[in-house]
Design a protein around this ligand. Sequence first.
Ligand SMILES: [Zn+2]
Length: 270
Amino acid sequence: MKRFIVVFALLAGLLMILAGCMSETKEATVSEANTQPEAVTKTVATAVPEGIPVLMYHKIGPDEDNDAVIREDLFRAQMKLLHDKGFNPITMEQLNEYVRHGTAVPVKPVVLTFDDGYADTYSIVYPVLKEYGFAATVYVNPGDVGTRLTWEQIKEMKDGGVTIASHGYDHVRMNELSNSDQLANIVKAQLALKEKLDIDNQWFCYPYGRENEYSQKAAADNGILLAVTMNPGWVHKGDNPYALHRIWIGNAVDLAHFEERITTEDYADL
Ligand SMILES: [Zn+2]
């Protein structure tokens, strides 16, 4: 009985200490909320949209007259616009549920994708994604890793919440390959992502956006749930998950055109 009382007293004491800690934590959160409202995680409303814009980026840098490159200042301004205007970058998992089942996603959804695994995806893009807490997907060619990004950098991004996905083992036009070579390009990439990053990869991006009926089947047969092309337009529930459209973003997409592209599917050709 005595032992029971001692244990009870100890427990009660512990509870009081815990309660004290909790009330302090609560006060700290409130005062933090008063001074830094954006630091507090907000609850985002969800809805089933008519469509979702999937944005396609490649390299961030100064190269001019290259449709696959965008200036760093413009890229940063676009990400700031997403943040300031309340857009919500969503994950591939969320996009997959929406496409296949019409599942609700956060309002003002957008999907950020970065192809080819350029060095700037780590040095420029990744810090910006972290700053805003944006979800994004990076499609890499395992056969090219080491020439641009390293596996260490890719792993760091993966551990930091970026979705790392397949762009095929080599950067080749799938529709120009034999069926067995297409299959090998997909399977080798899956194995490399598993071996190097312990990823059971479910997302694919056709190099140059080039694919055919067999590419789609080979992707589906090897664990891929969604595959993206370079065909322009938004993604809708019920679309073919193995031929999703994306929106090109480059230097011609100034902030007004950028906002148009993520607000209406009927956006201007540039
Ligand atoms: Zn590519």
